[in-house]
Structures are given as C-alpha cells and as structure tokens.
Write a protein that binds this ligand. Structure first.
Ligand SMILES: Nc1ncnc2c1ncn2[C@@H]1O[C@H](COP(=O)(O)OP(=O)(O)OP(=O)(O)O)[C@@H](O)[C@H]1O
Ligand SMILES: O=P(O)(O)OC[C@H]1O[C@H](OP(=O)(O)OP(=O)(O)O)[C@H](O)[C@@H]1O
Ligand SMILES: [Mg+2]
Length: 279
C-alpha cells in the first residue's frame, strides 16, 4: 500500500482532503483519526502536522505527502517536490516597522523573528546577510512590538495581519509557496497513479469544455483563438458548410474566448464543466 502523509489541521488540511476525495480516495470520517486505510485504492493515509510531513517523507517512513513548499524547504529534509497542487498559495516575506527597513542589507546584524528558521537562514546566507534569527512558534508579527525582534519573516496571504501589527513588507520575495506533493525520491508503486489523479482534479477545476459550431471557412481562425490542449476535435455537421468543434480551455479565459469566437462567426457556443480527467 502507498503510505500518504496528509495535513491533519491548519490552512492546507481541508482543501487537501477535498482534493483527495475528488481524486476518488476515501479519507477519514472522524477528524480525530490519525490513520485510515483505503484498500480499494491501495493506499493508507497518515494525518500529521503539515510542518512534520517532510520529515516523515524524507526519512522514508512514508512514501509521499502533501505539505507547503515553504514547510518542505524549512524542514531541510531529503524529501523533494513532485508537483504543485494549485492551492494554499502564500508568499514568504520580510517585514518591519513602517519606514524602518528598505532593503535586504538593512537586516545585517539585526534580530529577525520567524517560525521558519531553516528557510529564512538559508535565504539570508545565500544573500550574504548575517542576522540573528529568533525562532517563534507563531504570531510572529507581535515580536517587534514586544521587543524580542527588530523585523519578522513570515507567511503573507492578504497582508492584513502585518498591517494590524504596524509592519510593512520590504526586501525581496523569499519564496512563492503553495501546497505541493512531495516524495522521498524512491519510485513507489501507486505514486504515479496518485499524481495522475491529483492532476486530473486540477485539470477539472482549471479547465472547461467548449463546444461550438463554425462555418468551415472560419475554422482556422477559430482554432487559433482556442487551440486546446493537444488539438481540437472537429466533427462534420449535416450542413457541409459548417463543422462542430470541441476543445478544452482554461476556465479563466472562458468568456473572452466565447466573445472572440462569436465575433468570428461561431454559433451555439456552449461551455460545460469537466468532472474528472486523465491527460
Ligand atoms: N493565510 C495563511 N496562513 C498560514 N499559512 C498559510 C496561509 N495560506 C497558505 N498557507 C500555507 O499553509 C501552510 C501552513 O500551514 P500550517 O497548518 O502549518 O499552519 P497554519 O495554517 O498557520 O496553522 P497553525 O498556525 O494552526 O499551525 C504553509 O505552507 C503556508 O504557506
Ligand atoms: O496575510 P494574512 O492574510 O494576514 O495571513 C498571514 C498570517 O496568517 C498566518 O498566521 P496564523 O493565523 O496561522 O497564526 P500563527 O501565526 O499562529 O500561525 C501567518 O503566520 C500570518 O501571520
Ligand atoms: Mg499559522
């Protein structure tokens, strides 16, 4: 059985569980369960703190896991990113009192509070800056006001926590993070199926099916406007001057593409959702 680590709580837990469910796996029913088996799909799930998942996978105790890219890099474990999963987006930034810091070099010799000392330490070292890291478990934004640090480095989503603490972002982006599938580097049976299924869920969320009819003479221009994943499906219609076209397009482009096709002379333009996919 493939042994999969999934977040038991926190920002990533709910979406990760939902994504696995959409991919056809049976997860836990009771939120206090730490382990469940899904024999029909040949997998076992271990519910762990997202911060610990890279450690379990890197040591080989578990085969694959879902965690944040920032947590993976912070852990220093041997686990490696297999694929991004399209949720749990955040950026990792430095912040300090308004007007206090403007660039990375301003951190030389100062105290920086963070819950991610591995990630921040490696970034600073890579840029030749020596700062004193103050390791905190959370709520690091309070560290400056309370005098235990001069600046912070933390996860920023909306930025509202920083604003409320009177802090401003400065310096370069430390990391763009999102939830990722990680593995130990060893090819485990079932891991490729898990990845294909998760990517199928992403495709179903990010793409829609577009059907339209178009006069043959405009077909080239229409397919240029919506080229699809590989190549559009073109079928004859009873009227020999028209064809029917089916193509996958990114959901975000949907209305823009429909407008363009309509102006080109396409009609009966229909969009439908994709429920599952294997590409
Ligand atoms: N708004 C957010 N706040 C915190 N983490 C976020 C946010 N958005 C995405 N993430 C990502 O979630 C992961 C952190 O999840 P984790 O469960 O460890 O912390 P948490 O959601 O802050 O929960 P807790 O603080 O209760 O432990 C990181 O990969 C982080 O980038
Ligand atoms: O930019 P924002 O949308 O405000 O979100 C970012 C904040 O959310 C997280 O904190 P969380 O609520 O997890 O508390 P914690 O600091 O105790 O982990 C993170 O550590 C930041 O503090
Ligand atoms: Mg947190």
């Amino acid at each position: 059985m493939l042994r999969i680590a999934v977040p038991n709580k926190g920002s990533l837990a709910e979406t990760a569980a939902q994504m696995l469910w959409e991919a056809g796996y049976t997860g836990r029913r009771d939120p206090r369960d730490l382990h469940t088996a899904d024999p029909r799909n040949g997998v076992e799930f271990f519910y762990l703190r997202p911060r610990d998942i890279a450690t379990y996978v890197g040591s080989g105790a578990l085969d694959v896991g879902i965690t944040g890219r920032d947590l993976l890099l912070d852990s220093g474990s041997d686990a490696a990113e297999i694929a991004p999963l399209g949720f749990g987006d955040s950026t990792f930034r430095f912040a300090g009192p308004a007007g206090g810091f403007t660039e990375l070099a301003d951190l030389e010799g100062v105290r920086v509070a963070t819950s991610y000392p591995g990630l921040v330490g490696a970034f600073l070292a890579g840029h030749g800056v020596t700062a004193k890291l103050v390791k905190l478990d959370g709520a690091v934004e309070s560290a400056v006001r309370l005098g235990v640090a001069d600046a912070v480095a933390d996860v920023v989503s909306t930025g509202s926590t920083l604003r409320k603490a009177g802090l401003e972002i400065f310096g370069p982006v430390i990391l763009d993070s999102e939830a990722v599938l990680i593995g130990s580097g060893v090819d485990k049976p079932g891991a490729a199926t898990l990845l294909r299924r998760l990517q199928g869920v992403l495709v179903a969320r990010q793409y829609v099916l577009l059907d339209y009819d178009v006069p043959v003479e405009y077909l080239e221009r229409a397919t240029a406007a919506a080229p699809g994943f590989e190549s559009p499906t073109v079928s004859p219609l009873h009227d020999p001057e028209w064809v029917a076209v089916r193509v996958m397009i990114p959901r975000v482009d949907m209305n823009h593409v429909m407008d363009e096709l309509y102006e080109l002379g396409a009609r009966a333009i229909l969009v439908s959702a994709i429920h599952a996919a294997r590409l």
